[in-house]
Design a protein around this ligand. Structure first.
Ligand SMILES: Cc1cc2nc3c(=O)[nH]c(=O)nc-3n(C[C@H](O)[C@H](O)[C@H](O)COP(=O)(O)O)c2cc1C
Ligand SMILES: [Fe+2]
Ligand SMILES: [Fe+2]
Length: 444
């Protein structure tokens, strides 16, 4: 049975929802599923934009054939070769021997590596090239490392649709609702979107920034990503989130406390700190057991909050392994610009605090560690109460300072962006127009 949505004139969503896969990329839990979006343009020529994961290929083919009716599939345009989208290319090409594949050189290399027979039916494009399908003309922007090196995005200059590949995607199934204005994104989707972005493309912030800068030059009306809702209403909200995530700027001034505890003593220290912070007026606090929470959730929270407090037992003269694994995730995903606090515990040779500090110093960029460590010898005692108060006070002070720094930093970034945009606008003007503008500014 077909399951399609009209996106805009001539354009149809022919993707599929996946409720069955437990782990995306066989690592990240997706209890709310994920969608693989594919889009079909019915112009003088027919064009399919990307495919889907093998697991939902049957639904996708039904959708494709339903919208195509008896028309040939003239083009298959591939923006991204990761198998969650590209696995079903071979099946589409087998069923449609008439189809020409449009993609870039690196993507064609990957197609050969994955064993897809595209010889004799390739149309290789570069950044800035255009292709016309009738009413619709598209152009291509390379999106290197968002999320693989061959990734590109395609902009339809006729209707302002950006086929954004993995950019602006999200975990979560669509369940019929396709557009950002059909869901309450900030309530129901943002956590999935953050967890998707930070874990999948978090490492490549500078590349995302490059793509955002390129996207600014195009009059985009709609994002059609390969996962999650299509954006046609509140694009600025989502661009702002991606801008922050990809610059590693926290979304919120708040405190994430992550603890590693076997018998509960370090856990009670983490809870004690959380209640002290709330008593002192910092209520934007979240507490997580590192052993119970999948690292992908912890990573997303680490990208969200400005302060991260690590509380860990010593385990065989090391950091508790699950805590070390969490830190490893932060390192490989490039998390930076955070303030850390440390609580350590041990019964005979307490090492975890020093080791966690060393890990942060050596692996996480532009991070600061609050100089009030709490050291617990098996279970919290009276002197720990004093240390804990000192740590809480230091966090409160730091949260206030970071709020001011963040505000000043964001203001500076906005001013620099405005200046750059003004400079670019001036460059486009004629000498006469520039002169008139200067006169007007002087008069003011
Ligand atoms: C397998 C294992 C290895 C441990 N290794 C160390 C260690 O190297 N140094 C140390 O001081 N304590 C070590 N401990 C002791 C715990 O760190 C200590 O008892 C701690 O207080 C437990 O805190 P919890 O109640 O939060 O689990 C180890 C405990 C276990 C079970
Ligand atoms: Fe991908
Ligand atoms: Fe993807």
């Amino acid at each position: 049975m077909h399951c399609v949505r009209k996106v805009t004139e001539d354009l149809y969503w022919v993707g599929a929802n996946d409720y069955r896969t437990e782990l995306f990329e066989n690592i990240h839990p997706i209890p709310e599923g994920v969608s693989y979006n594919s889009y079909l343009l019915l112009d003088e020529k027919t064009v399919l934009f990307d495919c889907v994961d093998w697991g939902v290929c049957r639904t996708f083919l039904e959708n494709l054939e339903y919208v195509l009716k008896d028309r040939p599939l003239d083009y298959l345009l591939i923006n991204h070769m990761e198998p969650d989208h590209a696995a079903s290319i071979a099946e589409v090409l087998l069923r449609h021997p008439e189809t020409t594949v449009i993609s870039n050189e690196k993507a064609f290399l990957f197609m050969r590596q994955f064993g897809f027979d595209v010889e004799g039916r390739m149309d290789t494009v570069k950044e800035g090239d255009t292709r016309c399908f009738g009413k619709h003309t598209v152009t291509f922007l390379l999106a290197e490392m968002v999320h693989w090196p061959e990734a590109m995005v395609t902009f339809d200059t006729t209707n302002g649709v950006l086929f954004s590949a993995d950019a602006f995607g999200s975990f979560g199934n669509l369940g019929g609702r396709l557009f950002d204005d059909e869901v309450d994104f900030d309530r129901d989707w943002i956590d999935n979107a953050r967890r998707y972005f930070t874990n999948i493309v978090g490492k490549y912030g500078p590349f995302v920034q490059k793509l955002l800068a390129k996207a600014k030059t195009a009059p985009i009306k709609m994002f059609c990503p390969l996962h999650g809702p299509v954006w046609r209403t509140n694009l600025g909200y989502y661009i702002d989130k991606h801008d922050k995530w990809s610059r590693y700027i926290p979304e919120e001034n708040g405190v994430m406390i992550v603890y590693a505890s076997m018998y509960g003593n370090t856990e009670s220290a983490a809870q004690a700190l959380a209640s002290r912070l709330c008593d002192k007026g910092i209520t934007n606090v979240r507490v997580y057991d590192v052993s119970k929470t999948h690292a992908s959730y912890l990573v997303a929270e680490a990208f969200k909050y400005s302060h991260i407090i690590l509380a860990s037992v010593t385990y065989n003269l090391n950091i508790y392994p699950v805590m070390e694994d969490f830190l490893h995730h932060l390192k490989v995903l490039n998390l930076s610009k955070r303030v850390f606090g440390i609580i350590e515990n041990g019964s005979w040779a307490i090492k975890s605090g020093t080791l966690m500090e060393k890990y942060i110093d050596e692996n996480l960029k532009d991070c600061r560690i609050i100089n009030s460590r709490v050291t617990i010898n098996s279970s919290g005692n009276r002197s720990n109460e004093i240390e804990m108060d000192e740590l809480a006070d230091a966090i409160v002070k730091s949260v206030e300072e970071e709020a001011k720094l963040l505000e000043a930093g964001e203001k500076a970034v906005a001013e620099a962006q405005a200046a750059a945009e003004q400079k670019a606008a001036l460059k486009k003007m004629s000498a006469k127009e520039r002169m008139a503008l200067r006169m007007k500014q002087r008069q003011k």
